[in-house]
Design a protein around this ligand. Structure first.
Ligand SMILES: [Zn+2]
Length: 391
């Protein structure tokens, strides 16, 4: 059993995000095109990013769970049109846990020459003897099941396949090996392009040397070392960019439970459930803040205190009282968010809030607190920020 199958969904999503970021720092991005997928450990399909994002921009909250037939089972955002690449490879290759499709410029330049890939360097031994397969039916998008089956069949049991006039596809029995296959094929193409640009190569590994080097150089621990280096490089690149890490970490940790982002929290309503009150998210038991948006509420409370003081200074008692009532409700909301987790369960809130049983301000919120939330924050969701509030 491959390692990924023993991991939970959160781990699969985390690995998929890391695969995108690793490929990004390895120079495999093509603006917002290309995609990686990781097989869902529960057998529902695969995780891939929503379209419209560059590799470096991918975070867990933008990942979709897509069934093998293309249905979006979890997550929000548009699905990549080339999902059949992933669905059909996962269907035909039960050994594969990760599929990478990039628009590698080197792969396209090399494939255009129509010559065999030679083992000119260490990387080349992975894709020569036999020659790397090429999907020749089309250089266009692989957007139908038929083309997906064709590509998966051409790939066969190889670790990668060139897609002339389009890019490459690479697979791995782990995320590490899938990403490394894409990175190494790209480099093998670059080496041969450089050699052919300089002259006519006359020296490359024969079949015996290639087989030996595959074991010597590209054994699992060394592939893992390469993957770990790319992960470190990606983390260093991410750290150099000013992002709010605590928020990002929280979202990544909880991504598989988050249905929809809302202005002050998240909707955890099950994907197959319809929202009866899309205008009233804060009062819904599926609304979850994770306690992470307290600064927003505190800021609002401070503003209200200022308004009360100003109204009193101007002798506007009725206005001051109105602000005070609103402030009191907001402070009740803040207290409810600060309350200890429900004592009726020993579950951690971050791990078990999916059933609504153990989260601050969730299903155990009192009716008064619920009313306070509704009164204080008013309608949230679709109408306040344009984000669909039901999913
Ligand atoms: Zn493509």
């Amino acid at each position: 059993m491959a390692l990924i199958e023993e991991r939970d969904v959160d781990e699969a999503v985390r690995l998929a995000v890391e695969a995108y970021q690793a490929l990004g720092v390895a120079g495999h991005g093509d603006l917002v095109w290309g995609h990686v997928s990781v097989r869902d450990p529960r057998g529902r399909g695969f995780w891939m990013k929503a379209s419209g994002l560059g590799f470096e921009e991918v975070v867990a909250s933008r990942m979709l769970l897509v069934g093998l037939d293309g249905e979006v089972l979890e997550g929000t955002g548009p699905r990549h049109i080339e999902w059949p690449i992933h669905g059909e490879i996962f269907r035909l290759r039960p050994d594969v846990e990760c599929v990478v499709h990039t628009h590698s410029a080197a792969a396209n330049a090399f494939a255009s020459l129509g010559v065999p890939l030679r083992a000119l360097s260490h990387e080349g031994v992975l894709f020569a003897h036999p020659d790397v397969p090429r999907f020749l039916r089309t250089g266009g998008l692989v957007k139908t099941k038929d083309l997906g089956v064709g590509l998966a069949t051409t790939l066969g049991d190889a670790r990668a396949c060139l897609m002339p006039r389009h890019g490459l596809v690479a697979v791995g029995e782990t995320v590490a090996t899938g990403v490394m296959a894409a990175v190494l094929l790209d480099k093998a193409c670059r080496v041969q392009l450089a050699a052919m640009a300089a002259g006519e190569p006359i020296s490359w590994s024969d079949e015996a040397e290639a087989a030996s080097k595959r074991d010597e150089i590209w054994n699992p621990p060394l592939l893992e070392s390469g993957w770990q280096y790319l992960r470190r490089k990606a983390r260093a690149a991410a750290a150099a960019v000013e992002t709010p890490p605590s928020e990002l970490e929280w979202i990544e940790e909880n991504s598989s439970r988050i249905r929809t982002s809302l202005p002050n929290g998240y909707c955890l309503r099950p994907a197959d459930d319809t929202c009866p009150e899309p205008e009233d998210c804060l009062a819904c038991s599926h609304f979850f803040t994770g306690g992470r948006f307290l600064p927003v509420h505190r800021q609002q409370a401070q503003t209200i205190d200022l308004l009360i003081a100003r109204a009193e200074a101007e002798g506007l008692a009725a206005v001051a009282n109105s602000h005070r009532r609103r402030g009191d409700r907001l402070k009740a909301l803040i207290r409810s968010l600060e309350e200890p987790i429900c004592t009726a369960t020993t579950h951690s809130p971050d791990r078990n809030f999916g059933d609504g049983s153990a989260r601050p301000g969730g299903a155990h919120r009192s009716a008064g607190e619920t009313a306070a939330r509704r009164a204080v924050d008013g309608p949230q969701g679709a109408t306040s920020n344009g984000v669909s509030s039901s999913r």
